[in-house]
Design a protein around this ligand. Structure first.
Ligand code: PGA
Length: 223
């Protein structure tokens, strides 16, 4: 049984501004009560606003990464650009990136390679229906250095979803573990203080990825 601390990841998506991020960090620090490893993935320009809480209260991640190193790639944030900002994780392949930005599993693989080369841990999101297809482009990556996020699109709150039943989650995570050889797999989709305990107590699930409910520090701190 895996007894390491659970990974609880906040995905702020394109929400909050500098001032709100600083207020969030203060409130989170006051309310936090569990010994989880918390990772906050704000919009990239807000990384600076969260530096005071890094390591003491949470770790930092970004929501995307350029598939290229530094260079002439207008608009892209490369791994070297993040140096000095205490970033340790990068979310990749989120279904919103796949849906709205045309991200493919091949691009996700390229980004993951860059992330690993710069000691950033990729958190790679895969869907329930399609994970063997999505994984085929990623099978060459070192599974032990990746966190997989099993995130069924139908469960994401902003797509009108509801959380996946815990038994279904456990079954699909076991399949994903067989397929990927993954050491860490977290679940994402409509996690809230009301339902998080079941997911965080299950030994088969290594943590949770939280969207909407991560925007409110008092709620996120209860998970
Ligand atoms: P949700 O989002 O918690 O609002 O469902 C999860 C995600 O999209 O990562």
């Amino acid at each position: 049984m895996n007894t390491s601390p659970k990974l609880v990841v906040a995905n702020w998506k394109s929400n909050l501004n500098w001032h709100e991020a600083q207020e969030w960090a203060k409130a989170f620090s006051q309310h936090k009560k569990h010994p989880h490893t918390y990772v906050v993935c704000p919009p990239t320009p807000l990384l600076g606003a969260l530096q005071a809480g890094v390591n003491s209260d949470f770790l930092l991640g970004v929501q995307d990464l350029s598939p290229f190193e530094s260079g002439a790639y207008t608009g892209a944030v490369s791994a070297p650009n993040l140096s000095g900002l205490n970033v340790s994780y990068v979310l990749l392949g989120h279904s919103e990136r796949r849906k709205y930005f045309g991200e493919t599993s091949q691009t996700v693989a390229q980004k993951a390679e860059v992330a690993l080369a710069h000691n950033l841990t990729p958190i790679i999101c895969v869907d329930a229906e399609d994970f063997s297809h999505q994984h085929s482009a990623l099978s060459h990556l070192d599974a032990s250095k990746i966190v997989w996020a099993y995130e069924p699109v139908h469960a994401i709150s902003t797509f009108g979803g509801q959380e996946d039943p815990i038994e279904v989650t456990i079954k699909n995570i076991a399949k994903l573990r067989d397929l990927t050889g993954a050491t860490k797999i977290i679940y994402g989709g409509s996690i809230s203080p009301e339902n998080s305990l079941a997911y965080l107590q299950a030994p088969e699930i290594d943590g949770v990825l939280v969207g909407a409910k991560s925007l409110q520090p008092e709620l996120f701190a209860q998970l």
